[in-house]
Design a protein around this ligand. Structure first.
Ligand SMILES: Cc1cc2nc3c(=O)[nH]c(=O)nc-3n(C[C@H](O)[C@H](O)[C@H](O)COP(=O)(O)OP(=O)(O)OC[C@H]3O[C@@H](n4cnc5c(N)ncnc54)[C@H](O)[C@@H]3O)c2cc1C
Ligand code: SF4
Length: 520
């Protein structure tokens, strides 16, 4: 059995970032990834292939609570889901780290403070070359320094919307983005500012994903090895159960075993929980590191909506994801509870709309709607409910139980945006009458759970101080297994209402520093 200093399982926001941090230590590192590289092909940027044919989604079938089949919109590739993400790279707000009362209950505190993670947020923003402007977002947490790159500019229709919001007394801001666009020097820019970014892999490798920014550079170190097509089926422990002694891998139809001083699980919140549950043994009868019985529980994925605001005037924006609005993140004058975050998805086209079966605006076809829509993305926090959980069915397949909660803030956020849009009057031709109304794009077609519920998966192996209520300690090490760590979205005790990836990256860097010290 080949022995390493560290084995990292998974190459997404957590595992890829950790590999980058540990590579220069010279320690022997084995990275195991079940997927392959995303093939570079024209289909990368084809909405029909990506959004309608689901070309890059796993073909695995999970099931919901009732055992009905569920086709998860998730991706198994080098770089994990960051290959497909919209690269909106937000810090959680400072108050998200404390206990926060919501209308639907309490959002629990993290075992670390914002200040403890702040230096790592800065490092993650540098590593992923985030573009942004400090000081615009009214809920932005304090940062030691500015962004290293200027914010991605708004196109005219989005700038008009930003001006409309500002006239209404709000504070629209530029979304921090990990796309490597150089607007001063377009000829040399890696990013060409295209309309197939959010949800698509970047054909020209200009998106700051975990493969391009972390895994590829880590592999330039001779001490780092990556095995693709390497599905980790089980972690095996010593007789005492106190350490992982080998990692069982299915590769090319064969079982192989590897061992390491430290084993880090980073398969994404659902698959990491499934791996620990699959690895149960006599010492860990409820699943590895699961004496607390929290592994798989408290699954969160945000309360999300895609809303199409249709105007008489067209929206010719190419890259739409530049504008955000957090004025109602912690509540409003009429509603004192957190409501959430407003921003955009990538510009939707008719093919993508046809897959989501939206209600059609009167007098519009799908093509016309796509040409005239502003495609908003609204995110609110869902709360960690122990019954929202990942389990395994009799065949060992993933089963996901999820009942939405804390929805009132989200409903109010939607109503708020609706009334704001009705108040916009800057259209020179139509004034107030330019706005035709809101149409939601269903996220539920062909599946039991909303797509975004899986895209923002987190919370299933929470970290904390108390081994009775958490599976991991403050360094993300399993309370019960000395050499086992988790660094993906599983660790979140609560999820805030901004996108999760930057927090996963920052935490992976933090754990990376701890591991560097531990390994000497
Ligand atoms: C369409 C889309 C848009 C998104 N947009 C944004 C955004 O704009 N901003 C943002 O912050 N977040 C966004 N997200 C979410 C973001 O991508 C995830 O939060 C992030 O990638 C999670 O990181 P992770 O390390 O937890 O897991 P992942 O990135 O999913 O990585 C897990 C890795 O583990 C591998 N793996 C799984 N099981 C095994 C196994 N048993 N053996 C070996 N390998 C295994 C997987 O193949 C994968 O490579 C988006 C997600 C999607 C799908
Ligand atoms: S070229 Fe730029 S906008 Fe297009 S997919 Fe790549 S990073 Fe995104």
């Amino acid at each position: 059995m080949e022995r390493y200093d560290v084995i990292i399982i998974g190459t997404g926001a957590g595992g890829g970032t950790l590999a980058h941090r540990l590579a220069p230590t010279g320690k022997r590192i084995l990275i195991l990834e079940r997927g392959d590289y995303v093939p570079r092909e024209k289909a990368n940027w084809d909405p029909r292939e990506v959004n309608v044919a689901a070309r890059y989604h796993t073909k695995e079938t999970w099931s919901d609570k009732e055992g009905r089949p569920l086709h998860p919109h998730t991706n198994y590739y080098v770089g994990g889901n960051t290959k497909f993400y919209g690269a909106a790279l937000f810090r959680l707000r400072e108050r998200d780290f404390g206990e926060l009362p919501h209308a639907g209950g309490i959002s629990p505190a993290w075992p670390i403070t914002y200040n403890e993670l702040e230096p790592y947020y800065t490092q993650a923003e540098r590593l992923y070359e985030v573009r942004g402007t400090r000081g615009e977002d009214p809920t932005e947490p304090p940062a030691r320094c500015g962004y290293a790159f200027p914010a991605v500019s708004h196109e005219p229709r989005i700038q008009q919307l930003s001006d409309d919001f500002a006239r209404q007394g709000l504070k629209p801001f530029h979304v921090p983005l990990g796309i490597r666009l150089d607007e001063q020097n377009p000829g040399a820019s890696a990013c060409i500012r295209c309309d197939t970014c959010d949800g698509f892999p970047c054909l020209v490798h200009a998106k700051s994903d975990a493969q391009v920014m972390c895994v590829d550079p880590a592999l330039r170190h001779p001490n780092v090895t990556l095995l693709t097509g390497a599905y980790v089926s089980r972690l095996v422990t010593s007789a005492s159960g106190h350490e992982v002694t080998s990692v069982q891998v299915r590769r090319n139809g064969q079982d192989e075993f590897f061992s390491a001083d430290v084993v880090v699980v980073s398969c994404g919140a659902i698959n990491s929980a499934a791996l620990l549950l699959r690895s149960r043994n006599d010492q860990h009868p409820k699943g590895l590191a699961n004496g607390s019985d929290v592994v798989g529980r408290h699954y969160m994925g945000h309360v999300n909506s895609i809303l199409l605001a249709i105007s008489k005037c067209p929206n010719p924006t190419v890259f739409q994801k530049t504008l955000g609005l957090n004025d109602f993140y912690f509540g409003s004058t009429e509603w004192p509870h957190p409501m959430g975050h407003i921003s955009f998805v990538g510009k939707l086209d008719a093919a993508t709309l046809s897959a989501g079966a939206p209600a059609i605006a009167p007098g519009f076809t799908l093509e016309l709607m796509a040409r005239h829509s502003l495609d908003f993305w609204l995110t609110s926090e869902d709360l960690p409910d122990p019954d929202n959980r990942v389990t395994l069915d009799r065949q060992g397949n993933i089963q996901l139980a999820y009942a939405p909660n804390n929805e009132e803030g989200h409903t109010r956020l939607v109503a708020k945006l609706r009334s704001l849009m009705q108040g916009h009057s800057s259209c020179a031709e139509h004034g107030h009458a330019c706005h035709q109304g809101f149409f939601s794009r269903s996220l539920f077609v062909g599946q039991r759970l909303p797509l975004a519920g899986v895209a923002h998966q987190n919370g299933t192996i929470r970290f904390g101080h108390d081994p009775k209520t958490s599976a991991l300690d403050v360094n993300c090490r399993a309370h019960e297994v000395d050499n086992l760590y988790v660094v993906d979205g599983s660790i979140f005790p609560s999820s805030g209402a901004v996108n999760p990836a930057l927090t996963i990256m920052a935490n992976a860097l933090r754990v990376g520093d701890h591991l560097t010290e531990r390994l000497g």
